[in-house]
Design a protein around this ligand. Structure first.
Ligand code: AMP
Length: 179
């Protein structure tokens, strides 16, 4: 018999839709809009994301644009933390810090408000999905440049075959589903 946790994971896995060849050939896009539109799945996902961190004494959830904003704010509310967005270049209105990272072809950047994190703040980095880990690593560099302490990472989906967790090299990397 499956445990309650396994049943929840199977259910969440069943409401995530995979779209082949989106946004370009060869990518199996994990579409969470179908999870968001299921009210039970919405609650279960927030609970599953927060569960490893109830005792973590976290100050800030850093959510990565854009799907990391959806559950990042829910997590912040449940864990009694605040929420800080990491965004694509040019979106944040006040003074920012920027970090550039390598893509398969070319580079990309992410930004954070320079005053969003104070020295010693305890931070969880959250996104909907970790693929190669490049985006999460760039975000963690921003947090550390501002003096934040990364206590862990949190993802709904981990594409295990891309080994993104090796890039992050942190003892606490929590994924609800490994696909
Ligand atoms: P990476 O930096 O390679 O770990 O890519 C992670 C970011 O790209 C996240 O913000 C994801 O939302 C998005 N992403 C990458 N691959 C996929 C995929 N197969 N399906 C959905 N989103 C993806």
């Amino acid at each position: 018999m499956l445990s309650e946790e396994e049943n929840i994971k199977n259910y969440l896995g069943s409401v995530i839709r995979t779209i082949p060849d989106f946004p370009k050939p060869g990518i199996q896009f994990k579409d969470i809009t179908t999870l968001l539109s299921d009210k039970k799945a919405l609650q279960l996902t927030t609970q599953a994301l927060c569960k490893p961190y109830y005792e973590s004494d976290c100050d800030i959830i850093v959510g990565l644009e854009s799907r990391g904003f959806l559950f990042g704010t829910n997590m912040a509310e449940v864990l009694n933390a605040s929420f800080v967005p990491v965004r694509k270049p040019g979106k944040l209105p006040s003074e920012t810090l920027s970090e550039t990272y390598e893509l398969e072809y070319g580079t990309d950047s992410v930004e954070i408000h320079s005053d969003a994190i104070k020295k010693g703040d305890r931070v969880i980095i959250h996104d909907d999905l970790i693929a190669t880990g490049g985006t999460a690593l760039a975000a963690s560099n921003l947090v550390e440049r501002l003096g934040g302490v990364i206590i862990g990472y949190s993802f709904i989906i981990e594409l295990g075959f891309l080994k993104g967790r090796e890039k992050l090299n942190h003892k606490t990397i929590e994924s609800v589903l490994i696909m």
